[in-house]
Ligand binder design. Structure first.
Ligand SMILES: NC(=O)C1=CN([C@@H]2O[C@H](COP(=O)(O)OP(=O)(O)OC[C@H]3O[C@@H](n4cnc5c(N)ncnc54)[C@H](O)[C@@H]3O)[C@@H](O)[C@H]2O)[C@@H](O)CC1
Ligand SMILES: [K+]
Length: 501
């Protein structure tokens, strides 16, 4: 068993190197892998684009080695192909030298003039071995390629760091990237994701069994990641089996966020849901809610009393709660009650500078759902880490909580080092109240006894699936009402039927 599902695993460049070595040690020659890799790229091109004048840019390592294969295969298919080599062909070593020797077409100097008349550019300069910022010759070439030409990247667009999606000085912007065996975190993390274009993951003959010893910790988020832990609706089940989620409201003028969270918790299957607030707030809430219960709860002591009923087993604290000592005290009370907690929005800001108290007092599952600004306030010491993924993992390790670092490439990190990177969120999700819905969904899944990492991953994916296809005009209320569709889409994925029609 691997820490993350083998199908969804994302490999760092070092892990991909191990996968290659294990395969070669197992008896498949490196040149066979390279031939398979180059053929996969050529096939992806042939499946999409008509024959046209093509330039293959070949780098000094094995990424360049793949490039010579692509050039040969495209030429065989009738393309007019030239190569342009960054390093002298005579200086190439190993498998790349073997493949370069098999190329019998033109090799042009590595200068922008090589692009003249060429409409398809294959970027085989650097892949997993990118080790430093691109130099001026490569940057000049990227600039000269411009926007008018089609770019196909071998493995990764050169300049994109496969481990974290950061850009080393500059990078190609590909229409299509063809990678091998498994994708890398850098394909899914911005800014790398924006440079990747359509991503094809090709089988080059590496057996998934190599993942057993590599045991990758990163995965693309998807139903297979959380399905095993998703709450099952038993025929003989009872609503009390499916937990009781509590969402804490702000004052009378700030009840909407907790109400959205509550309705989302109910839609995701929490057996019972209560929204609680002070006397004035409770009256406003009562005027809006039907299936969600309402209770008047005053201050941290009132919250402690309310949560002392252990059937109330999940709490969502933070949406429109107000920033300050009272919200911080509410967080501490919820932790002391021993229920699973989601701390969002104002709860996170209220904890800035004193969050270590919460980490010490954590007694049960805790999920934190910061966006970048809240994260920076909560974990200022982690701001120097190079990527959102690295920051999320470090924060999870430090806090002992599952950290959902929200954004277009939402990162869900567990204290044991696992990380899921989400890629199904449309830009329409950036709308008021969307985060409140997400927090409620996580709370609703925690109430149903789902482990925190899987609960957070499921909520993030379903949140994206609920928004997908709606288009402009989406508001947070729509997300809640579309959750049944999202749940159906997840089920269809698991049955191998893809998206619901
Ligand atoms: N057997 C294997 O390991 C396989 C590897 N494959 C390909 O091999 C690639 C990895 O090959 P390598 O490890 O040789 O790495 P790369 O080919 O990505 O790059 C390494 C070379 O580039 C140089 N370099 C790194 N950064 C540079 C920069 N900014 N400016 C100038 N030079 C720079 C290094 O000194 C080295 O010569 C993968 O991305 C994939 O395309 C595939 O052929 C499948 C099999
Ligand atoms: K490349």
């Amino acid at each position: 068993m691997t820490s993350v599902p083998a199908d969804l695993a994302l490999l760092t460049t070092e892990e991909m190197g191990r996968a290659d070595r294990l395969t070669i040690d197992g008896g498949i020659p490196g040149t066979t892998l390279m031939e398979n890799a180059g053929r996969a790229v050529a096939d992806a091109i042939l499946a999409r684009y008509p024959a046209q004048a093509t330039l293959v840019l070949c780098g000094p390592g094995n990424n360049g080695g793949d490039g010579w294969v692509v050039a040969r295969r495209l030429k065989q298919a009738g393309f007019d192909v030239a190569c342009s080599a960054l390093a002298p062909v005579a200086a190439l070593r190993g498998d790349a030298a073997v493949m370069a020797a098999r190329w019998n077409g033109p090799v042009l100097p590595f200068e922008p003039a090589a692009l003249d008349g060429r409409t398809l550019i294959v970027d085989a300069l650097f892949g997993a071995g990118l080790a430093r910022d691109l130099d001026s010759a490569v940057l000049r070439m990227i600039e000269a390629v411009g926007e008018g030409r089609r770019v196909v990247a071998v493995d990764l667009p050169s300049g994109v760091n496969g481990d974290d999606g950061t850009i080393r000085g500059g990078a190609f912007t590909a229409d299509l990237s063809v990678t091998f065996f498994r994708a890398k975190p850098g394909h899914l993390l911005y800014p790398g994701r924006a440079r990747t274009g359509q991503l094809v993951v090709a089988d080059i003959g590496i057996s998934p069994s190599v993942l057993e010893s590599i045991d990758p910790k990163a995965a693309r988020n998807g139903p297979a990641l959380f399905a095993r832990h998703f709450p099952v609706l038993r025929q003989d089940g009872h609503k009390y089996d499916r937990g009781h989620t509590v969402t804490l409201s702000g004052g009378a003028l700030h009840t909407g966020a907790a109400r959205l969270a509550a309705r989302a918790a109910l839609r995701i299957g929490s057996g019972l849901v209560s929204t609680i607030g002070d006397a004035e707030a409770a009256r406003v809430i009562a005027a809006h809610q039907t299936a969600v219960m309402v209770a008047e709860v005053d201050g941290p002591a009132g919250l402690a009393l309310f949560l002392s009923d252990r059937r109330r087993n999940a709490a969502v604290i933070g949406p429109a709660a107000g920033v300050g000592d009272t919200t911080f005290a509410h967080c501490r009370m919820a932790l002391a009650a021993g229920c699973a907690c989601v701390f969002d929005a104002d709860a996170l800001t209220s904890a800035a500078g004193r969050a270590d108290i919460l980490w010490r007092e954590r007694t049960a599952d805790l999920v934190l759902t910061p966006h970048d600004g809240e994260f920076a306030r909560l974990f200022p010491q982690l701001s120097g880490l190079p990527s959102r993924a690295a920051r999320a993992v470090a924060a999870a390790k430090e806090s002992g909580a599952v950290v959902v670092l929200k954004g277009a490439d939402c990162c869900i990190a567990a204290p044991d080092g696992r990380i899921a990177i989400n890629d199904n969120a449309p830009p329409t999700l950036a709308t008021a109240g969307s985060g409140d819905v997400l927090a409620g969904m996580i709370g609703g899944l925690l109430a149903q006894h789902m482990p925190a990492f899987e609960a957070a991953a499921a909520a993030v994916w379903l949140h994206g699936a609920a928004a997908e296809g709606f288009g402009r005009g989406l508001i947070a209320e729509d997300l809640v009402e579309r959750l049944p569709i999202a749940l159906q889409i997840a089920e269809n994925h698991l049955r191998g039927r893809g998206q619901a029609g």
